[in-house]
Ligand binder design. Structure first.
Ligand code: CMC
Length: 425
């Protein structure tokens, strides 16, 4: 029900067009522009700068204040008091679990970790130096060829089973990508371990000896998963929703999300941050790169800086900065040269007028890359880890879309091509 109305006067149309205005629980009001199409008008908003493409009750961001809430809970509190699998439960179900519900959820997820053995043969078709995101797009899409028993998108039970499978199998597939790239045997999951411990073991363990994850690193890994779990209607989540709107199966939809995440303007930024720090190479070269970032004729941007929604410190970055310090102290690498460049770069940018005026602050990718590098994760795996963690957000939005009346997403366009013309001759 509309709380208010907007009236739009358009040249050539006599009466004002009445548009309903809705208020959410938080955030700006939205003008329902659907009546415009009956008047022969479309709205125009490339990049979705002022367009709410859906109604959602999962995540809320106030970019000016630097606030991120999952189901109402501030990210800082979740980071301090919760863990990744609990946040998965929260995002999927809307409420925090009781102790019993949590234990049951963890047990179910941890008993879906193995992937069909046939999937391991797919890897052999890839070059060893293939980008792991390319393998992830392929393997996650291919899951739909294996789990036929959960593909009825109209059945809430099937949707739930798909969510369990995806959350559980992403770490296994991600670690398989890494093992394949270095020629080591795949490590089967261990369901008695915690989610992050199991991932670290599949990444760094070998069948030759026992692997014990360092608890500080496992905690940092879990935190990285938690902080990347969801971020409302970003490019990859919107891609998943749009793919889902056609009725495509969930594994295919998540594969489309992984593809959208890969780009350097989105999830690929954590990899790009490390590449940039390596390219800078020495603190003395920071001014040169800052100058390039400010030059409108140079396409170079400071990776890990700026955000479409946050015009304030990214709250996830604040939490990760603290975790970054802990990890580096634990590993005794506080003097890492790349970290020194990162710290100095951050200082310089935060004091520079160009960045201050445009409200360009470090985002989550600035610190996650530094932590992951310290843990020993190669840069090419950074975006894969983002995809692993974001899978819960994607599947929660996909489920939300299918849980209420919906229709296929079909944007329109401002056509600027040729008028109708005849084929010559
Ligand atoms: N370095 C230098 N200048 C920048 C940067 C940057 N990182 N980001 C934005 N600007 C400038 C931009 O040139 C423009 O200046 P002007 O007004 O003079 O033309 C102004 O700031 C606004 O930028 P925009 O391109 O209109 O902003 P956007 O909302 O379209 O882009 C962004 C957001 C994240 C793509 C962009 O800030 C960027 O490319 N950042 C670097 C990549 C990055 O770190 N991405 C990770 C985002 S967080 C994780 C995620 O959600 O995936």
């Amino acid at each position: 029900m509309a709380d208010k109305k907007a009236r739009l006067m358009v040249d050539g149309i006599d009466d004002p067009i009445e548009l309903p205005v809705y208020s959410g629980t938080e955030g700006p009001d939205v003008v329902d522009v659907r009546p415009l199409s009956a008047k022969g008008l479309f709205t125009y908003d490339p990049g979705f700068v002022a367009t709410a493409a859906c109604e959602s009750s999962i995540t809320y961001i106030d970019g000016d204040k630097g606030i991120l809430l999952h189901r109402g809970y501030p990210i800082e509190q979740l980071a301090e008091k919760s863990d990744y699998l609990e946040v998965c439960y929260l995002l999927l179900n809307g409420e925090l679990p009781t102790a019993e519900e949590k234990a049951q959820f963890v047990d179910i997820v941890m008993h879906h970790t193995m992937v069909h053995e046939q999937i391991s043969y797919f890897f052999r078709g890839f070059r060893r130096d293939a980008h792991p995101m390319a393998i992830m797009v392929a393997c996650v899409g291919a899951l739909s060829a294996f789990y036929h028993d959960s593909l009825d998108i109209n059945d809430p039970y099937h949707r739930e089973v798909c969510a369990f499978r995806l959350i559980a199998k992403m770490p296994t597939l991600a670690a398989m990508c890494y093992k394949y790239s270095i020629g080591q045997p795949f490590m089967y999951p261990r369901n008695d371990l915690g989610y992050a411990e199991n991932f670290l073991r599949m990444m760094f363990g070998t069948p030759c000896e026992e692997y014990q994850a360092n608890p500080v690193l496992a905690k940092a890994m879990d935190l990285i998963f938690l902080l990347h779990a969801d971020h409302e209607q970003n490019a990859s989540t919107s891609t998943v929703r749009l793919a889902g709107s056609s009725g495509a199966n969930p594994f295919a939809c998540i594969a489309s999300g992984i593809a959208a995440l890969w780009g350097p303007a989105h999830g690929g930024a954590n990899e790009a941050v490390l590449a940039m720090l390596q390219e800078i190479g020495d603190e003395s070269r920071i001014p040169e790169f800052i100058k390039r970032a400010k030059d409108p004729d140079d396409s170079f941007r400071l990776m890990g800086f700026g955000h479409r929604v946050y015009h304030n410190f990214d709250p996830r970055a604040k939490v990760l900065k603290a975790s970054c310090d802990q990890v580096l102290t634990e590993l005794g690498i506080e003097n890492d040269p790349l970290l020194k460049i990162a710290t100095r770069l951050e200082q310089v940018a935060l004091e520079d007028d160009y960045f201050v005026k445009r409200k360009l602050y470090p985002n989550v990718d600035f610190y996650s890359g530094i932590i992951m590098k310290a843990i020993g994760i190669p840069t090419s795996m950074f975006t894969v880890i983002f995809a692993l963690a974001r899978t819960i957000g994607w599947i929660s939005h996909w489920s939300e879309f299918h849980s209420s009346p919906n229709r296929i997403g079909r944007p329109r366009q401002l056509y600027t091509g040729q008028h109708k013309r005849d084929y010559p001759g």
